[in-house]
Structures are given as structure tokens and as C-alpha cells.
Ligand binder design. Structure first.
Ligand SMILES: Cc1cc2nc3c(=O)[nH]c(=O)nc-3n(C[C@H](O)[C@H](O)[C@H](O)COP(=O)(O)OP(=O)(O)OC[C@H]3O[C@@H](n4cnc5c(N)ncnc54)[C@H](O)[C@@H]3O)c2cc1C
Length: 589
């Protein structure tokens, strides 16, 4: 069974829940983002991902990338080049990039829908343009006019690709430890020297040039993260000569085998400063914030792909009889979808994926509002939501994407474990999304350590106010009682963090991961209540799509009955404090 873009579910979130066809065209620059145009683009994206991208997924996993030590080049799996070419020629690499640099100037929300389809169809291939997107954002924010004019059109058209070079052997999460150096040269450029590891798309054969964005230290840089600068180091210089930035080898890894994960050696490579000296982290965060949401979407995309395969298997596979009597007596056994435990796994996937899609699309629409609204107050409100929800989207969607793939595999029994089905690849591919772009533990620390306290707690207060307003305006909506209960637990957890975590960083660190999950469950329950209310209204109005809307109510019911109750144990875990983690000495482990 091959991937079918979940167009109806996407439309439900876009137009019925978020009303993006009213909100976005009212923003300057997005006048053309009508439903008609958006639907046409999404349909075309579905066609491309289903017919061109997805067929490269399993072969790409089997073949992997090839490194040639003589030429220090990397060949991507067969078929990737052609699929990427069609992707770039279709304008997908520049969907939300500014028109002045050759982009389509469409909302980020539309790009996110395309990213979801791409990640369902082939996560490895989607990584190449995904990283380029981050490089474009960093240049837009911090590049000089000259740099923008030279690099952006090629990156946006997909002729060139971008990388993010942060990690070094001794430096992962703690970027203050980097050793790569940049020596100023007489002509205003820098000689960049050092080794970066695990660089996605560091070398490959999809594009004519690769533009590396590299974190490095100037000779007189202050110690730690305050002394990091960002440099642009192209593979080929503007005179066509080869720069001394070479791939030293490929990582052998568990999943995303079609994505080239490279060791990169910079040997006095020519580079140019992006932004101000020693302010590289600031520019890198611009890349990372958009990349973090994108990684969340990777989790969503893989989860959706896994759900589709396991659902079709559950309808076909005949084993045992239904506990309430045979459902298909003429056959040797009933399809396994009759069994409650199989339904538990299916609904866990369906309810989380659809809830996560609502949360993610909402966050990205806030990003569009924060960048385009004419009203300063509206921009600020939207930006508060984006800042707050970015780590939640990254961590929760990737955790859940992996769990969905895992549930899908479990549902399929031994078949799921074999290479006859794509589930084992989905599980392997999904696993990395919880690690890169800042591990999910680090996302949780970002939420409790930075985002909760930002602007005197304004963002989180606004989040609670949004929930409160909804509950007051819709007291009879489905699941309002459950949302109220989860919201009050989240408020208790937030108060606990304010009281304990401010004074003692270890208390905040001990609470961070369960807090992020409690936050995400509450937010998703809120969206399920809203989606079920819309479904109820449609059913009352006599819609012909009864199955579609009834399924929304059933899925929401599953979420609040079987997943949301975790809120109680998460609150207990948070309030248990740090001692149960920190009291044990290292020797006692
Ligand atoms: C396939 C792949 C692709 C990648 N692509 C890129 C890329 O394109 N560019 C790039 O620069 N990097 C890339 N990376 C690196 C990736 O971003 C890092 O692996 C990740 O940020 C974690 O760093 P680390 O592996 O060094 O783990 P470490 O930093 O060593 O962390 C190990 C563990 O300790 C925890 N930890 C660390 N510090 C803290 C703390 N303060 N509090 C609590 N827990 C902590 C972490 O959560 C983790 O569980 C890639 C990695 C892989 C595997």
C-alpha cells in the first residue's frame, strides 16, 4: 500500500479549524493565498510526493549513500537526483521564500503542508531541501545585501543547497565547546579550519554547489557560547574554484540512510562572516527555530505514513474471531481490526496524529501572522505563541511520530518486523527526529528555562487565557471538562515550576520533560475539543460526510479518555521533585 496524502484531514485543519483561507489573505503579501490556490498547490504536492518521491523511499533505504574517498564526493541513492530535480523545478524549494529572491512568497503554513507530505513520502530526501530552508532564513535575517543577492536566488531555486555545521566531536548540545577557528584575511574573508561531524547534506550530488553555514571562533573570541560567530563557506567559490571544505566520510547509522550524514573537514576554507562577530548563536537560532518546527513535522509525516500502512494491514489480515461473535463468517477468520487491542493501537496513532497536525499547523499559522500582520499587537501575540510552542511541537511530534511508527509495527506482528513492509524503516527513520536539532530533553529545558519566563511569563499567560476564553465561550463543547482538568493540572505544574524551579535549576531540570508532555497533551486536548465541536456542528447541520465527522468525535473521545489521563501521573512526577533523581550518588548507579 503506498502513501496517500491525507488531503481531507489537512483541509479540515486548514479551513475549518484555522480558517486560514480567511486569516492569511488578509495579511499583506498573502492576498493570493485563497483556498482555491492553496488547494491547487496542495493537490500538486500530493501528486508529486505520491508518484515521484515515495517510490524512492524503500530503495533509498536499502542502497544508502556512497562515499568515494578518492574524490571525497558522495553519491545519493539511485533516483534521488531525478526526484529532487522535479521537486526543485516544481518550485517547492522556494514555496515560502520572498518573491524578490525568486521564491513564491506563499505562507509558511502552505510550505508546512508540503513538508508533511514530503516527510511521509521520503524523510531522507526531504532533509536536503529542509536544511537549505534554514540557511535561507539565516541569510535573510543576517546576510549583507550582497550575500543575499548572490546566494539566495540559487538556494531558493534549489540549484544550490545549504547545511548547518554546528556539531564537532567534543561538542554537541553545548556549543560553547566548539574549536573550529576562523582567521581574518586581508581581503575581508576568513580562513575557516576545523572538523564538523554528523553534517546533514554536507556533501552530495543533488545540487551544483553546497553553501555551508559554519559556527566557528574568531582568534580573540570570548570563551563559551558568547564567542561564537557564523560563517558562510561555499563548496565552490564564485570564480568556480573548489573551496577547501571536504567530506571526510559518511556516518553509518540506524536510519535515514538516504540522507548523507557527513564528517566535514574545513582546511583553511574561505568563508565570510554572517551577522556580527561573536553573535553567531543568535543567527543560528533563526535557522534552528524554523528547523525545529520542521523536525516536528518530520515526526508527524512519519506517523501518518505508518498509520496508513498499519490501517490497511489491519483491514486485510485475518486472525481469530471477534470477541462479540464472527464478523466475516464466510472467511477463515475475522480481520484483526475487530480486536479491541488492535483498535487501541490504530486509534492511538490516528488520534495523536490528527491532534498533532492541528497543534503544528496552528503554530505555523501564528508564525505567518507574526511575520506579516500590520498590527504590532497581533504580531507580538502570534510571536509569543510561536516561541512558546516551538519546543513543544519539536519534541512532542517527534516523540509521538516514533511511538506511532512503533505501534504500527507492533500492530502488524512479525510482518512489521520484516523488510517486506516499510514499518521497520519508519521506526528506524523516525528515531533520529527525537535527537537532532536539539534533543527532546533540551527542548524541554528550553520550554521551562527560557520560554515560560520570557517577558515576565506573558506567553504562557496568553496560552492559558486562550484556553479559558474558549471554555467560557463554549461550555457545552465536547471534552470541555477534560480540557479544564488538564489545564488546571498544567497551571499547578507551572506554579510549582515558578516556585521551585526559579530558585533551584535542578528542580526545573528534573521537571522539564514531564512538563513539556503535560503541556502538549493539554494543548492537543484543547484542539480536539475544538475539532469535535466543529464536527458536531456539521453533523447537526446534516452533512453528507457523516463518517468523516463522526470519526473526528470518536478520535477526540479516544484521546481524552485514553491518552489525556496521563496528565495526572505527569503532574505527580513533576511535583515529586528532584530528590528521587539526584539523591543517588554516581557510585550507586
Ligand atoms: C543523523 C544525524 C544528523 C545530524 N545532522 C546535523 C547537522 O546537520 N548539523 C549539525 O550541526 N549537527 C547535526 N547532528 C548532530 C545533532 O544535532 C546532535 O547529535 C544533537 O544536537 C545532540 O548532540 P550530541 O549527540 O553530541 O549529544 P550530547 O550533547 O553529548 O548529549 C548526550 C545526552 O545528554 C543530554 N544532555 C546534554 N546536555 C544536557 C543538559 N544541559 N541537560 C540535560 N541533558 C543534557 C542530551 O539530551 C543527550 O541525551 C546530526 C546528528 C545525527 C545523528
Amino acid at each position: 500500500m503506498s502513501y496517500q496524502a491525507p488531503l481531507r484531514d489537512m483541509q479540515f485543519v486548514l479551513y475549518e479549524l484555522l480558517k486560514c483561507d480567511e486569516v492569511l489573505p488578509a495579511l499583506p503579501g498573502f492576498e493570493d493565498a485563497s483556498r482555491e490556490i492553496m488547494d491547487a498547490i496542495i493537490n500538486e504536492g500530493a501528486r508529486l510526493t505520491q508518484n515521484v518521491i515515495e517510490p524512492t523511499n524503500t530503495p533509498g533505504d536499502r542502497e544508502g549513500c556512497h562515499y568515494d574517498p578518492q574524490t571525497k564526493t558522495v553519491a545519493t541513492p539511485q533516483g534521488f537526483k531525478d526526484a529532487y530535480k522535479q521537486f526543485a523545478e516544481g518550485g517547492w524549494t522556494g514555496m515560502s521564500a520572498p518573491v524578490e529572491f525568486g521564491g513564491q512568497g506563499m505562507p509558511h503554513l502552505l510550505n508546512t503542508v508540503a513538508e508533511e507530505m514530503m516527510c511521509s513520502a521520503n524523510l531522507s530526501l526531504g532533509m536536503y531541501p529542509g536544511l537549505t530552508h534554514g540557511a535561507v532564513n539565516a541569510l535573510l535575517g543576517y546576510g549583507t545585501n550582497e550575500q543575499k543577492d548572490y546566494y539566495l536566488p540559487k538556494l531558493i531555486s534549489g540549484e544550490w543547497s545549504g547545511t548547518m555545521c554546528l556539531t564537532e566531536p567534543q561538542c554537541g548540545t553545548d556549543l560553547g565547546l566548539i574549536r573550529t577557528k576562523a582567521e581574518p584575511q586581508a581581503d575581508g574573508s576568513y580562513a575557516v579550519s576545523g572538523t564538523k561531524i554528523w553534517i546533514t547534506g554536507g556533501e552530495h550530488d543533488l545540487t551544483d554547489n553546497i553553501v555551508h553555514l559554519v559556527l566557528a571562533k574568531l582568534p580573540d573570541a570570548p570563551k563559551g557560547s558568547k564567542g561564537i560567530s557564523l560563517f558562510l563557506v561555499p563548496k565552490f567559490l564564485d570564480d568556480g574554484s573548489r573551496n577547501t571544505a571536504f567530506c571526510g566520510g559518511l556516518e553509518h547509522k540506524m536510519g535515514i540512510k538516504g540522507s548523507a550524514t557527513c564528517v566535514m573537514n574545513f582546511e583553511e576554507a574561505r568563508g565570510w562572516l554572517i551577522g556580527e562577530p561573536n553573535k553567531g548563536l543568535q543567527a543560528m537560532f533563526v535557522m534552528m527555530n524554523s528547523a525545529r518546527i520542521m523536525v516536528g513535522i518530520q515526526g508527524l509525516g512519519i506517523g501518518e505514513a505508518a498509520y496508513q500502512v498499519s490501517l490497511s494491514f489491519a483491514k486485510d489480515r485475518l486472525q481469530s474471531r471477534s470477541l462479540s461473535g464472527p464478523k466475516e463468517p464466510e472467511k477463515a477468520a475475522d480481520p484483526i481490526i475487530v480486536h479491541p487491542d488492535v483498535r487501541r493501537m490504530l486509534l492511538r496513532q490516528k488520534a495523536t496524529i490528527e491532534g498533532c497536525r492541528a497543534l503544528a499547523y496552528y503554530t505555523v499559522m501564528q508564525l505567518d501572522i507574526s511575520l506579516h500582520s500590520e498590527d504590532a499587537e497581533a504580531r507580538e501575540r502570534a510571536d509569543d505563541m510561536v516561541q512558546l510552542l516551538t519546543p513543544v511541537v519539536k519534541a512532542f511530534l517527534t516523540d509521538e511520530g516514533f511511538f506511532c511508527a512503533n505501534d504500527g509495527l507492533q500492530l502488524m506482528g512479525g510482518s512489521g518486523f520484516t523488510q517486506d513492509w516499510p514499518l521497520e524503516q519508519f521506526v528506524r527513520d523516525a528515531r533520529i527526529t527525537r535527537i537532532y536539532e536539539g534533543t527532546n530533553g533540551i527542548q524541554a529545558l528550553d520550554l521551562v528555562g527560557r520560554k515560560l519566563g520570557m517577558n515576565g511569563g506573558r506567553s504562557v499567560k496568553r496560552f492559558f487565557a486562550m484556553l479559558q476564553r474558549y471554555m467560557e465561550e463554549n461550555p457545552g463543547a465536547p471534552f470541555v471538562t477534560e480540557v479544564k482538568d488538564a489545564s488546571s493540572k498544567l497551571q499547578s505544574a507551572t506554579m510549582w515550576l515558578m516556585q521551585q524551579g526559579m530558585a533551584d535549576g535542578e528542580q526545573a531540570g528534573a521537571a522539564a520533560t514531564p512538563y513539556l508532555r503535560l503541556f502538549a497533551l493539554t494543548a492537543v486536548a484543547f484542539f480536539w475539543s475544538r475539532m469535535a465541536l466543529l464536527a458536531q456542528q456539521q453533523l447537526e447541520a446534516g452533512t453528507t460526510e457523516t463518517d468523516f465527522y463522526q470519526a473526528k468525535i470518536h478520535s477526540g473521545q479516544f484521546f481524552v479518555s485514553r491518552i489525556l489521563p496521563q496528565a495526572s501521573s505527569l503532574l505527580a512526577e513533576i511535583e515529586s521533585g528532584k530528590d528521587n533523581l539526584m539523591a543517588m550518588t554516581e557510585a550507586q548507579f
